[in-house]
Structure formats: structure tokens, C-alpha cells
Design a protein around this ligand. Structure first.
Ligand code: FE2
Length: 193
């Protein structure tokens, strides 16, 4: 006889032998969250990221390396089904993203140091992004954003020492560079890049 009582607890998770340690736990939690309704998925991914950045062993020395020309993106984990990819972004002092919305759901948590985040709103009359406020994001902070123009931001490191954040994007690994950031016009001549 089938175990009807336990049927509701069944979660189909693609097999992946790399899911070990703190990164493995993060990947498993995100994988399970992808089966949840949107509001629950959001809460679970935020919580999973906040939990993961408490683990100092999450990153290797190599995955903490900045790059001189631009913030460095280190792929930590690619979901075998292509549903999401987890990265570490290492921000040297003075490195920032351009203002952008997203073409997919995403989340991040601050792992080391502090980041500066400017939040924008989309002006539907002017068809451009207007800055609303700038916040300091300290180690342990986590957030989630859906796709679209409701959530526009610019993230970076205004300090002198490198800072590191852990990101998850709802795309397969090969689409990180092309299908995540949706660059927006802010009206400034040097920010539409
Ligand atoms: Fe972003």
C-alpha cells in the first residue's frame, strides 16, 4: 500500500553529487524553494542566503579573489536542471554595477564587508530610473527581487577593502552574463552602459 500520509512531503530534487557542505546546503534549500509558490519561494531563498553567509567555509581562497578591471563573478554552483546559478561576487573598493533591473528572479546576501545599494523607481512618464535612496548593506543582509522594473538597483563597494556577496539568479549558468541584468536609463550620460 502506498504511503499516502507521506506523499505531500515528497520533493523531487535533481541528483547532484556536488551538494556538500555549506554550499551544498544552500543549493539544496534553493532547489526546494523553486517548488514553492512565489511568496514562499521568496522567503525561503532569503532565509537560505542569510544562513549561508554565516558560514565562513562557504568560499575557497580562490573564490574570494577580486579582479582589477571589474567586480569578479565566481560561479559556485549551477543547478543541473538550469533553474538557477549561485555566484560569489567580489567587489574591490570603488567597483559598482550599473543601475539595472532584472530579467529573472534573483537574491543576494552580504558575506563579507559592506556594500552600498542605491534603489531606484521606474518613472513611466520619463521612461527612466530615478534614484530613491542609498543604503548600506552589512554582512548578513539578504534580499530577493523578482523580474521587472519594480525593483531597480545599483550595487557596489564604496569602501577601501574588498567586499563579497553571494547571489542566486534564476537562470542557467551559461545565461548569467546575458539574461540577468536589464540595464536601465537613469538620464545620466554615463550610466546607460
Ligand atoms: Fe541586481
Amino acid at each position: 500500500m502506498a504511503n499516502v500520509q507521506g506523499a505531500a512531503d515528497v520533493v523531487i530534487v535533481p541528483r547532484d553529487e556536488r551538494r556538500v557542505g555549506a554550499l551544498g546546503e544552500l543549493a539544496t534549500r534553493i532547489s526546494r524553494a523553486c517548488f514553492e509558490p512565489p511568496h514562499e519561494m521568496r522567503a525561503q531563498i532569503k532565509a537560505a542566503l542569510a544562513h549561508a553567509v554565516r558560514e565562513q567555509a562557504l568560499l575557497s581562497a580562490e573564490q574570494r579573489q577580486p579582479a582589477s578591471e571589474c567586480y569578479a563573478r565566481h560561479v559556485l554552483y549551477a543547478d543541473p536542471s538550469g533553474r538557477f546559478t549561485i555566484l560569489a561576487i567580489v567587489w574591490a573598493g570603488g567597483q559598482f554595477s550599473p543601475p539595472h533591473a532584472h530579467n529573472t528572479w534573483c537574491g543576494y546576501a552580504v558575506y563579507e564587508g559592506e556594500l552600498e545599494e542605491t534603489v531606484f523607481r521606474w518613472d513611466t512618464t520619463e521612461m527612466r530610473a530615478e534614484p530613491l535612496r542609498t543604503e548600506v548593506r552589512k554582512s548578513g543582509y539578504s534580499c530577493y527581487a523578482g523580474a521587472g522594473l519594480d525593483q531597480i538597483h545599483r550595487l557596489g563597494n564604496s569602501g577601501a577593502s574588498p567586499a563579497i556577496s553571494i547571489h542566486v539568479y534564476g537562470v542557467e549558468r551559461d545565461r548569467i552574463a546575458t539574461h540577468v541584468n536589464r540595464l536601465v536609463d537613469t538620464g545620466a550620460t554615463n550610466t546607460k552602459v
